[in-house]
Write a protein that binds this ligand. Structure first.
Ligand code: SF4
Length: 478
């Protein structure tokens, strides 16, 4: 009896081990016209809410139902492990039929009397966009009714989530900063605007550090440093010390040049700033990896008319040294990655410069630039597949992995299901990362960030090797 029981429990364990979380994913692909499974994106207002937090004293406001606002706040809170404040127009059945004007005006009165922000950044939702609420008219009415105190601002952007993604929402909010604040005076200043695409506060901090080492005068917007990585002081601050200030945002119209970091998130704002205030611009990739950081340093040095100091050259040299020391582990490794195009483009380029093989790349955000950039970066990797837009989902990437495996997976927390089922080393990167902490402190930008990222990838690959290799191949010194 005992023997049979042991055998039975062994069988049970074996069966348990075989259970896959994504067991319905098949290697065989079927052309899907209308169905997205496990999308590599989230909804527009999440991006607008995140960007609004990068302005000091700003309260994001969701013009829609409470459910939308709660979801967007929790998406950000789960990633940053910080309380994310935002207000809502709290649509009911009545406002869903007759429009949300009354709710919005009442909300503004409450917001300014209770929470006292400098600026309220309103973004719309699917519901208010479907109703067709006219935000200009509603905000004008709030001003006429005396609900907006003197000196306070209410701005808005449209973020219908049935088009675009969180990246589009972020871009729309950043453009709204330009539309409502940037002002040109007759005198240009020797300042370079740095329009920050979607990245971690630590990434923004690293970019500002590089700019200060270069002795370039810059204004970064939005700027989440000191907001979503603020210290615990024992005193609650509704509006933490960080964020770009309104006077700084206003002064962006007097800067002599603008660098947009991440085309998808910033190019529209750069164009608007050029049209409105005659500030020329260049939209480049977020400085992730060696080449993208080289381009950033070169462009900033040129725009600010400052030389590149030796200390930055030394940081670059340290990254090169790390790559050279460990090239044997990176060489030829097949990588699958998913996330936002502004991150994926420089990241894929970095992987290629490490002699890795990024073979599967998907982003839920649509756009030609991604496809064109990938075609160029991956021209020497004929087996590489990439896809953008609504149907470019994680399900399809998983199917590709099932057809031919990879050595590394890079993406947000949702990738852990694929990584576990397929036993692939996994590096968490992007938004959201909800099952690990500290990403708001971990820069991946600049030469230091690229070294951090390369170390993470190497650790994941070698940890996996240590766990799975045969006894003969288990080495103390790698
Ligand atoms: S997709 Fe639309 S309805 Fe859903 S949470 Fe986002 S804004 Fe709200």
């Amino acid at each position: 009896m005992r023997g049979r029981g042991e055998k039975g429990s062994q069988k049970c364990k074996t069966q348990k081990l075989k259970i896959m979380l994504l067991r319905h994913t098949t290697a065989k692909e079927i052309d899907r016209k209308a169905l997205t499974i496990n999308p590599a994106k989230t909804c527009q207002p999440v991006g607008a809410m995140y960007a609004a937090l990068g302005v000091h004293g700003c309260l994001p406001h969701s013009h829609g139902s409470q459910g939308c606002c709660s979801y967007h706040r929790s998406a950000l809170t789960r990633h940053f492990k910080e309380p994310v404040m935002a207000s809502t127009s709290s649509f009911s059945e009545g406002s869903s039929v007759f429009g949300g004007s009354a709710n919005m005006v009442a909300a503004l009165e409450t917001i300014f009397s209770v929470y006292d922000p400098e600026v309220v950044a309103v973004h719309t939702t699917c519901l208010s966009e479907t109703i067709g609420d006219d935000m200009t008219q509603i905000i004008s009415k709030a001003h006429e009714d005396g609900k907006v105190p003197a000196g306070k601002k209410v701005i808005y952007c449209n973020t219908p989530s049935y088009v675009g993604t969180h990246v589009t929402g972020y871009a729309n909010q950043v453009s709204a900063f330009v539309k409502f604040f940037s002002t040109a005076t007759p005198k240009k200043k020797n300042v370079v605007n740095l329009v920050a695409g979607w990245m971690e506060p630590a990434d923004m901090k690293e970019i500002k550090r590089l700019a200060s080492v270069l002795e370039a005068r810059t204004i970064m917007f939005p700027d989440m440093t000191g907001v979503l990585d603020a210290p615990l002081t024992g005193h609650y601050e509704m509006y933490p010390k960080g964020g770009v200030t309104i006077p700084e945002l206003t002064a962006t119209g007097d800067s002599k040049f603008t660098l947009g970091l991440g085309t998808y998130c910033t190019e529209d704002a750069c164009v608007k700033l050029e049209n409105k205030c005659k500030v020329p611009f260049e939209a480049i990739e977020i400085p992730i990896g060696l080449k993208a950081t080289d381009r950033f340093i070169t462009e900033l040095s040129r725009a600010a008319n400052v030389p590149v100091p030796d200390s930055i050259t030394a940081e670059r040299g340290q990254l090169i040294d790390f790559i050279a020391d460990n090239s044997k582990y990176f060489y030829g490794k097949r990588v699958a990655l998913f996330g936002d195009p502004d991150t994926l483009i420089p990241l894929t380029e970095f992987l290629v410069s490490l002699d890795m093989k990024p073979v599967y790349i998907v982003t839920g955000t649509p756009g030609k630039h991604f496809d064109e950039a990938m075609a160029t970066i991956l021209k020497d990797i004929p087996e590489a597949k990439f896809k953008s837009g609504e149907r470019a989902d994680m399900f399809q990437m998983h199917q590709w992995i099932k057809q031919e495996g990879v050595d590394l997976l890079i993406g947000n927390t949702y990738g852990k299901y694929i990584a576990r089922d397929e036993n692939i080393p996994f590096v968490r990167l992007g938004f959201p990362v909800t099952d690990r902490a500290g990403f708001n402190f971990f820069p991946t930008t600049g030469y230091v960030g690229a070294t951090n990222l390369a170390i993470k990838m190497l650790d994941a690959i070698l940890d996996h090797k240590d766990r799975t290799c045969s006894e003969e191949k288990f080495e103390l010194v790698q």
